[in-house]
Design a protein around this ligand. Structure first.
Ligand SMILES: [Zn+2]
Ligand SMILES: [Zn+2]
Length: 339
């Protein structure tokens, strides 16, 4: 079978390797779609702090079950599936307390462990997730980033009837805004510096968009949410200005969720966090139940994913996908690899 190996930053080599044989507890997946995400792009550029080369990428994946190991109970050939790309130790404090996703020795497939950029990929049964038959493979590969969004919102508790402000309209910000709406938020507003991305958010049904280059964020928040401002604010950018804005426009007691990955240390006004009793939460990846919720939201039509998938490349054109992402800047959102 074919396998795409990133041997060094910017270098993708195709190899012909043996098709994996699933062990007792594994499901062998015929891979169909792989989403390319911001973290993959960091690996491509050699700036991902926790990935070494060579690496097989691919963590946003859909496919169908090709075969199963002898003791696999829950899956059978032909079923549509995705998987949770987290390898955990099961012994550390987080693992012992139901927080496997922040395991002290977490290995994420496609980064610190091999990913699925190949024709067939074997995954432990307990990480395999069934997709509804009617879901397309493209949407199936979006369940992983959807789960990131669902998990982030869950950090603030129940989103129903709350006013949600999302900073950043990239793929994750867009999905966070859509999931907030799907989870019954009273109002959702999304901001970015790119009109292209904000237009895309409107195509996805997020009516209230604000370009923070042209409009004062505090004023926009007051206009859209009224004097009680935002209950929940999600920072989905990972830059100082955005997290500083989140803290500045918060009202007393707002929840702020840090979803963006920060390349450098932001300097923010913690006196406001103290004085306003802000609830500051970090959010990393997801847990299994976030996948379940993500599938429910997609299947129920609560989110619109098609406008987010801007480009699709065949497996043997992986390189072009990355080049396209580089060249198109904010015009490309979710780029898919198809096998
Ligand atoms: Zn991703
Ligand atoms: Zn652990």
């Amino acid at each position: 079978m074919r396998q795409a190996v990133m041997t060094a930053p910017g270098e993708i080599e195709y190899r012909e390797v043996e098709t994996p044989v699933p062990d007792e507890r594994e499901v062998l997946i015929r891979v169909r779609n792989i989403g390319v995400c911001g973290s993959d792009v960091h690996v491509y550029h050699g700036v991902h702090p926790f990935t070494s080369y060579p690496v097989v990428q691919g963590h946003e994946v859909s496919g169908e079950v090709e075969s199963v190991g002898g003791s696999v109970q829950r899956f059978s050939t032909g079923e549509k599936v995705t998987f949770v790309p987290q390898l955990v130790c099961g012994k550390c404090y987080p693992c012992r307390h139901g927080m496997h996703h922040v395991c002290d020795s977490l290995k994420v497939m496609g980064f610190q462990a091999p990913g699925a950029a190949q024709d067939y990929f074997a995954v432990p049964e307990d990480l395999t997730i069934k997709l509804p038959d009617e879901m397309s493979f493209e949407h199936g590969a979006m369940i992983e980033p959807m789960a990131v969004a669902v998990h982030a919102l869950g950090r603030a508790g129940d989103i129903a009837d709350r006013r949600v402000l999302v900073l950043g309209a990239g793929p994750i910000g867009n999905l966070v805004a859509q999931c907030a709406r799907g989870l019954g938020a009273a109002a959702v507003m999304i901001t970015d510096l790119s009109d292209v991305r904000l237009n895309r958010a409107r195509e996805c049904g997020i009516a209230c968009t604000v370009n923070a280059l042209h409009e004062d964020l505090g004023t926009a928040v007051g206009r859209h949410f009224g004097p009680d401002k935002a209950d929940v604010i999600l920072e989905c950018v990972g830059v100082e200005e955005a997290i500083a804005d989140a803290i500045t426009v918060a009202r007393k007691g707002s929840d702020i969720i840090v979803v963006g990955v920060f390349g450098s240390k932001p300097a923010v006004d913690l006196s406001l966090v103290q004085d306003r009793e802000l609830n500051l939460h970090g959010s990393l990846m997801y847990q299994h139940h976030d996948y379940t919720k993500a599938i429910e939201l997609v299947n129920g039509g609560a989110v619109s994913l098609d406008a987010l998938i801007t480009d699709t490349f065949a497996f043997d054109r992986y390189h072009e996908a990355y080049r396209h992402i580089e060249e198109s800047a904010d015009r490309s959102l979710k780029v898919m690899i198809e096998l």
